[in-house]
Design a protein around this ligand. Structure first.
Ligand code: PHE
Length: 358
């Protein structure tokens, strides 16, 4: 075997010594040099650098020593990198605040109005066109406005139909109207706005009261908090025909031009006569299908305002009369063509993936 054929080797200790010497020299170079960061980097770590050449000698290190030398080599590299970036920062060689103003930006996620808010705005606009004005009345109100003023005395069983939440009175709060245990309620319907609106003393009344309502119910078509819109029209010589006209106008504007309404006799303490309002099913167009069974979907209540309610609102029943209706916003959304909403609970689960669709 000649010298040439013999695989070249390098004594391990010698290589380690060379590495440590290189480290010291390079450290001095970093500290003293005033060349640019890039130049310095190239001379320390570039292809032609001492360090690269020494790294390449790794293959000449006997197998059993490779790990030991490898550790030293990495430490030398790391400590030089650190020193270089420290120096670069101190001397302002690298500007960390630098920013590429031409790079495309990150678009912040853009929200939109909740579908219930969109519906409230649409409903408000439709009734505005008929001369109704949106008003606000309390959503936590005296029992008097939610029941008693609506012809349901305290013990009247009719009020049991509303699964009402009652509020305990804070000691010291003076009760108004009839004192009793159930004095303050989370309004179970928007009808509390009827006598409140009459008490303003301005006639005629064309109000649309849209507010949160609360009932102890939860299933596919009920949530404990929901919204109703209540219409009240008080004027001279108001007829059921006027009510029907308003219902039809709303149904066509909100649900679509092909939809029809019908009224069925019903009972409410605060209207006489009272009706349940149905709207023709948007899926089968009134023919009857799985959703509606007989072609109609129930929208909500309506009727001619009861004289007792008018009297409670200080209105002269010999001159004035009127109609009222109260329907659910979420329910109307479910019946609107195209929403395909078959469960109202997700409206309030706050899952953006669901809400984004509308
Ligand atoms: N307040 C009634 C309800 O919540 C609906 C209604 C309003 C009925 C106005 C008649 C007149 O069921």
């Amino acid at each position: 075997m000649t010298d040439k054929d013999k695989p070249e080797t390098i004594p391990t200790d010698q290589l380690i010594r060379l590495l440590l010497t290189l480290k010291e020299e390079a450290e001095d170079q970093i500290r003293q040099s005033d060349v640019s960061y890039e130049e310095l980097r190239l001379s320390l770590f570039g292809k032609e650098s001492e360090l690269t050449k020494l790294s390449q000698s790794m293959r000449l290190v006997p197998k059993e020593d490779k790990q030991r030398v490898g550790i030293v080599l990495n430490q030398v590299k790391q400590s030089l990198e650190q020193l270089l970036s420290k120096k670069a920062k101190e001397s302002g060689l690298v500007n960390e605040d630098w920013m590429d103003v031409t790079a495309p930006g990150i678009r912040p996620p853009e929200g939109h109005l909740h579908i219930v808010t969109q519906a409230i705005e649409e409903i408000t606009q439709i009734f505005n066109k008929l001369g109704f004005t949106r008003v606000r009345h309390p959503e936590v109100d005296w029992d008097y406005y939610a029941f008693e003023s609506l012809n349901m005395p305290h013990s009247h069983p009719a009020s049991d139909e509303w699964e009402t939440f009652f509020i305990n009175l804070t000691p010291g709060v003076k009760e108004v109207h009839t004192p009793g245990v159930r004095s303050i309620v989370l309004t179970p319907h928007t009808s509390n706005g009827q006598v409140r609106e009459m008490e303003k003393g301005i006639l005629p009344i064309r109000m649309i009261n849209i507010a949160k309502c609360y009932r102890r119910q939860i299933d596919v078509s009920h949530t404990p908090m929901f919204h109703q819109f209540e219409g009240l029209y008080i004027d001279k010589n108001v007829s059921i025909g006027h009510l029907k006209g308003v219902l039809d106008y709303f149904a066509k504007a909100f649900f679509g031009p092909d939809r029809k309404t019908r009224i069925r006799p019903f009972h409410f303490q605060f209207t006489e006569p009272s009706f349940e309002v149905d709207i023709s099913c948007g899926i089968c167009n009134g023919k009857g299908c799985r959703l509606c069974k007989e072609g109609w979907l129930e929208l909500g209540g309506a009727g001619m305002v009861h004289p007792v309610v008018l009297k409670n609102g200080q209105i002269d029943t010999t001159i004035y009369n009127g109609f009222a209706f109260g329907w659910g916003v979420e329910r109307s959304l479910m019946m609107k063509s195209g929403t395909q909403l078959d469960d109202i609970r997700p409206l309030y689960n706050n899952d953006v993936r669901f809400l984004e669709q509308f």
